[in-house]
Design a protein around this ligand. Structure first.
Ligand code: LHQ
Length: 264
């Protein structure tokens, strides 16, 4: 298991729990964290049995986005090319997260701002603590959205709310986020650790291939027409019908017992 300075990566069974660990800056993503995120994803992707990823933050925040202390204005006549960091860091990060062969969950334990919100929204499912807030802070510093939030957010909450969130940078609390369908569940602030344990237990006993199929199908639905989507569903069920978990699921039902899924 790699040792990190800005992250914690632990395994609970076959579920990876990735904790952003720079609480003094609300887990803002600096260059060191970007580098360690790459190593963490190398380790996660290399796992032979991978049944889930939970991303959360240490301390009172989830992630405050890009570390702005690394973006101090340059001397007169010099400017940063912001596309470089996006192409080198954020695009690979979101690509790897959304391509992972298991369900991904963000446990948003406090403020999620800028690219921190983008990271949470790129997961399959968000659980947030009661005091969590989502702030699309980009416009506050004169930037547009990045790290795929302009792709994912309108899909989740519709373009009117997504545009207003991104233009105003207004903090959206957990209750509103749930009302809008951005998050699945709210847990008490002091219940975050228990929730991680509960989610790990569920993911470690879930039919992983079937959950992975949910993401593939839902993600494909935006670009497919009805016939293409139904054909994809048929092909997906064909593949799932050959899995150990399908055989076990049906046996469990017929034998009136809980199925014991192995994730394959
Ligand atoms: C921070 C940060 C932070 C460093 C809090 N950096 N220290 C951008 C540029 C380039 C390329 C790619 O993409 C991007 C994407 C982006 O992510 S742009 C958006 C960047 N993030 C922001 O603009 C958010 C900035 N932070 C805030 O607005 C506030 O801190 C929020 C609303 C998140 C939380 O407010 P509070 O709860 O009042 O906490 P705080 O402001 O007191 O922050 C606590 C500490 O964390 C503080 O440090 P200090 O030494 O004073 O205690 C902050 O400076 C530090 N911090 N965010 N992004």
């Amino acid at each position: 298991m790699p040792e990190f300075g800005t992250l914690l990566l632990e395994w609970r069974g076959d579920v990876a729990v990735l904790t952003l660990d720079r609480p003094e800056s609300l887990n803002a993503i600096n260059q060191a964290m970007h580098a360690e995120l790459k190593q963490a994803f190398d380790a996660i992707e290399a796992r032979s049995e991978l049944r889930g990823l939970i991303v959360t933050g240490a301390g009172r925040g989830f992630c405050a986005g890009q570390d702005l202390s690394e973006r101090k204005p340059l001397p007169e006549g010099h400017k940063y090319d912001l596309s470089l960091s996006i192409e080198e860091n954020y695009i690979p990060l979101i690509t790897r997260l959304t391509n992972l062969g298991c369900p991904t969950i963000a446990l948003v334990n406090g403020v999620a701002a800028g690219a921190g919100a983008s990271l949470a929204v790129a997961t399959d499912m968000i659980v947030a603590t009661k005091s969590a807030r989502f702030i699309l802070a980009f416009s506050k510093i004169g930037l547009g959205p990045d790290a795929a939030i302009s792709f994912h957010l309108p899909q989740r909450i519709g373009s009117a709310r997504a545009k207003a969130m991104m233009m105003t940078a207004a903090p959206i609390d957990a209750a509103t986020a749930k009302d809008w369908g951005l998050i699945w569940e709210i847990v008490p602030d002091e219940g975050a650790a228990d929730e991680v344990a509960r989610l790990c237990k569920w993911l470690n006993s879930a039919p992983t291939a079937a959950l992975r199929a949910v993401r593939s199908l839902v993600d494909a639905s935006g670009a497919n027409d009805l016939q293409a989507q139904m054909a994809l569903e048929a092909q997906t069920q064909k593949a799932l019908g050959y899995t150990e978990d399908y055989t076990e699921g049906v046996s469990g039902f017929l034998e009136k017992r809980a199925a014991k899924f192995v994730g394959r």
